[in-house]
Design a protein around this ligand. Structure first.
Ligand code: GUN
Ligand code: ZN
Length: 448
């Protein structure tokens, strides 16, 4: 024990498996529970009296009796330079990129501005209960340095990468195949494995990269098999038509990424909405992850993600859930689950709350291959936790009156009515991070 031990008391929600596959035994609730965190890790957890016996004298206790304690949420696809793009009116993907996104992203060339945005972004994630994210930066290496430096300072587990684009974007946002390769390589060397940081090789999407740049991206993935790859796939019909124009040799969009060795178990592909059957096969066989971004898909009018189709394929396609801010309209994974539920409803698909909460935590950790570290409450696991208040607003408290101890109903209320107000606290590496973020955002001391 290092003297920074802390006991967090509340109702522990434990996922031992995927509810969709394992049924009720996948979920366990310890009503009078406690988690002992020490040195950034979970040192003990279970019934509060049992944990008390293992707790060193002098440990602080944060008592959240009656509230739920879960692993922190994981967001598998989000753009940190788009904090001032979120909620930009009226356009679908390709116009939205040109009109709003590429304008704002140019500003992150300035390291001071990138620092301001990175701090705001991480404060927002923590305020909303997200403790790990897979993040796009801009084309500027400075934007990656700013993001990783701030993440390291907060001891957060984050994955990020420099966007590569060498065509169909403003001059100020373009690199070249060689420059993109060199800068990415240097960033991997500088940041990968530092603190809790990891790197995602990030060709933005096929329309903004030449064959040569995708080939260079594939070379990076081969040379750094331990790093991630992130890009976008099949979000919008005009985008798909454009890909077929730009790559006349291909039959499908996914085939472009397959050709350059960009698919695989460490690849996360945003959207995956309008897939042809052969593309579903490519994703499934390669073990790539399809990131479902419901608020974005609705906001940009992109289409409806077909979870059942992907999960019913043999072998199944691995899926994750993500906000995709600033195409997405909320930083909240609870609100993202709310919209996911509605998108699936539109296709006659059900999504029980237990499955949704599994997806936001252990499911997304598995999608990123990080379930040995995060995504569950487990002794030896990293102490990234959240405390949820199911009665955080008058509407929630009123609705909760009708729920007599039914966990499934409580979780469903949280995901339909909850947002940042339902996050009573977020712990990152065992330290309170939501209250610190709010203090920083109020400008109380500027030092979260
Ligand atoms: N496709 C390529 N870039 C982007 C982006 O920034 N947001 C979304 N939603 N789709 C993209
Ligand atoms: Zn995106």
């Amino acid at each position: 024990m290092n003297g920074a031990a802390r006991v967090i008391r509340g109702r522990l929600l434990l996922f031992e498996d995927e509810p969709r596959l394992a049924g009720a035994k996948a979920v366990r609730l310890i009503e009078n529970g406690a988690v002992l965190v020490d040195d950034g890790l979970i040192a003990a957890l279970g019934e509060a009296p049992d944990v008390a016996r293992e707790t060193p004298i002098g440990a602080k206790t944060d008592d959240y009796s009656g509230k739920l304690i879960l692993p922190g949420f994981i967001d598998t696809h989000i753009h940190y330079p788009q904090t001032r793009v979120i909620a930009s009116y009226g356009a679908q993907l390709l116009e939205w990129l040109q009109k709003y996104t590429f304008v704002e992203e140019q500003k992150l060339r300035d390291p001071a501005h990138a620092g301001v945005v990175a701090r705001f972004f991480l404060d927002e994630l923590f305020r909303h209960g997200t403790t790990t994210a897979m993040v796009y930066c801009t084309v500027h290496p400075e934007s990656v340095d700013a993001f990783f430096a701030e993440s390291e300072r907060r001891d957060a587990r984050m994955i990020a990468g420099k966007v590569m684009m060498d065509r169909n974007a403003p001059e100020a946002l373009r690199d070249t195949p060689e420059l993109g390769y060199d800068e990415t390589k240097a960033l991997i060397q500088r940041w990968r494995g530092k603190g809790r940081l990891d790197y995602a090789i990030s060709p933005r999407f096929a329309p903004t990269s030449s064959d040569a740049q995708l080939e260079a991206s594939g070379a990076l993935a081969r040379e750094h098999p331990e790093a991630y790859v992130q890009t976008h796939l099949s979000e919008n019909l005009a985008e798909i038509a454009f890909v077929k124009e730009l790559f006349p040799w291909t039959k499908t969009y996914a085939q472009v990424y397959a050709r350059y060795g960009l698919l695989g178990p460490r690849t996360v592909l945003g959207h995956c909405i309008h897939l042809e059957e052969s593309e579903v096969g490519l994703l499934a066989e390669s073990g790539s992850v399809a990131a479902f971004c419901p608020t974005s898909n609705l906001f940009l009018g992109s289409g409806l993600f077909d979870m059942r189709r992907l999960q019913a394929h043999a072998p199944p396609v691995r899926v994750s859930l993500a906000t995709d801010v600033g195409g997405g309209t909320s930083y909240s994974m609870l609100q993202t689950a709310n919209e996911a539920y509605k998108v699936l409803q539109m296709n006659g698909q059900s999504w029980p709350a237990a499955q949704a909460f599994y997806q936001m935590t252990l499911g997304n950790a598995r999608a990123l291959g990080l379930d040995d570290r995060i995504g569950s409450l487990r002794v030896g696991g990293e102490a990234d936790l959240i405390v949820l208040d199911s009665s955080a607003t008058p509407a929630m408290a009123h609705r909760m009156e009708a729920v007599k101890g039914d966990l499934a109903e409580e979780l469903f209320i949280l995901m339909m009515l909850g947002d940042d107000r339902a996050i009573a606290e977020t712990y990152v590496a065992g330290r309170p991070a939501k209250s610190a973020a709010m203090k920083a955002q109020r400008g109380a001391d500027g030092d979260p």
